[in-house]
Design a protein around this ligand. Structure first.
Ligand code: KG4
Ligand code: ZN
Length: 339
């Protein structure tokens, strides 16, 4: 089945064509086309994403990307159109939803329309990992860490369709914390990649930042205390080496994420540990979680870098799983959708 997927929940206008096959026991995906148009430069002067600017840019970009994708070509016509309905910025989500409805009506009246959950897109992105061998018995139970700009969630997966949330952040998401700390260090939005770059030049043991809730026997996170500690440290030590602060902050954040993921992996005897969401693009986090997974003799599954930050391929993947389950979701913007 061919899927045309659209993602406009935040500041990336993304569209993809994906060929999906196999049932829920062994789904397979072949990426035919993947286009992402980033609005980062437009939002950068504002230090974050401005919802109405995002909406304006999505409206401008969607028809351009659609033209480039050429899904109206005979052998590329989709059987299913997938669009992110949430969570995300409401005005941005509506642009994708309206566009999906429009192209279905004018170009692909026979195609099914599926509303996808952006977080399920991240969660299921492990299916794009090169190490995914489509044998469920080797993968589940699994513990999945979803880390993005808006969410930090631990999920226990018994199978592709039977999973539940174990815990999440009680305050800031970890990606948001990277962005805020970057801003304190005078780096532009988005801060995650800037912190990662700077951290390479610093000493991760230079400053002993707190690792909030790390010793609590639950699966929740908290990052606002860590963020405030960095703020006070910079205020009290104005001559400090920025790279040391970045490296020490990154280490504190990663230690916390890894500790909670391992706690869950041991408790549920996980055969795999999965990592997804924009922060999964952080190589230090990937490396640390991979090493710890191997110590537990668990697989470590993460999608290639380009499918960690927002993209439409993961939306095609999530919509296929949803379609196989015959699950319906209202096709309207649902800004506060969760897992
Ligand atoms: O999944 P995503 O692209 O969008 C949301 O769904 O939120 O995640 C974006 C977040 C931003 O906070 C960004 O700073 C963070 O992911 N991020 C990173 C890295 N690349 C992106 N954080 C740490 N290290 C990175 N290399
Ligand atoms: Zn995302």
């Amino acid at each position: 089945m061919r899927i045309l997927a659209i993602e406009t929940s935040c500041d990336e206008t993304a569209m993809a064509l994906v060929e999906a096959s196999g049932g829920l026991n062994a789904p397979r995906f072949k990426v035919l086309k993947n286009i992402i148009s980033s609005q980062i430069e437009i939002h950068r002067p504002f230090g974050g994403v401005v919802p109405n600017l995002a909406k304006r840019e999505h409206i401008r970009n969607l028809p351009i990307i659609f033209k480039k994708l050429k899904p109206t070509t005979y052998n590329l016509k989709p059987d299913l159109i997938a669009v992110t309905v949430g969570p995300g910025l409401e005005p941005a989500l509506w642009t994708g939803v309206n566009f999906a409805k429009e192209i279905r009506k004018s170009n692909f009246p026979k195609a099914n329309l599926v509303g996808a959950n952006h977080l399920e897109g991240h969660l299921y992105s492990f299916l794009l990992s090169k190490k995914y061998d489509s044998k469920p018995k080797n993968i589940f139970p699994a513990i999945s860490l979803v880390v993005s700009g808006g969410h930090t969630i631990l999920v226990m997966m018994k199978s592709l369709t039977n999973w539940r949330k174990l815990g999440e952040t009680r305050d800031d998401a970890v990606g948001e914390t990277f962005d805020k700390v970057a801003r304190m260090l005078n780096f532009p939005y988005p801060g995650g990649p800037e912190i990662e770059k700077l951290a390479k030049k610093g000493n991760p043991n230079a400053v002993d930042f707190p690792r909030p809730m790390i010793n609590q026997k639950n699966y929740d996170f908290s990052f606002s205390g860590l963020k405030t500690s960095v703020l006070y440290y910079l205020r009290d030590n104005p001559k400090t080496k920025k790279a040391d602060v970045a490296a020490s902050f990154q280490k504190a954040a990663i230690d916390t994420l890894v500790a909670k993921t391992l706690l869950a992996a041991k408790e549920y005897k996980a055969k795999s540990i999965m990592l997804s969401g924009g922060v999964a693009a952080n190589k230090a986090l990937r490396k640390s979680l991979k090493a710890e997974s191997y110590k537990l003799k668990a697989n470590f599954l993460v999608a290639p870098l380009k499918f960690n930050t927002d993209n439409a391929v993961m939306i095609a993947v999530a919509s296929y799983i949803q379609h196989l389950q015959k699950k319906n979701r209202a096709i309207r913007a649902q800004a506060n959708l969760n897992l």
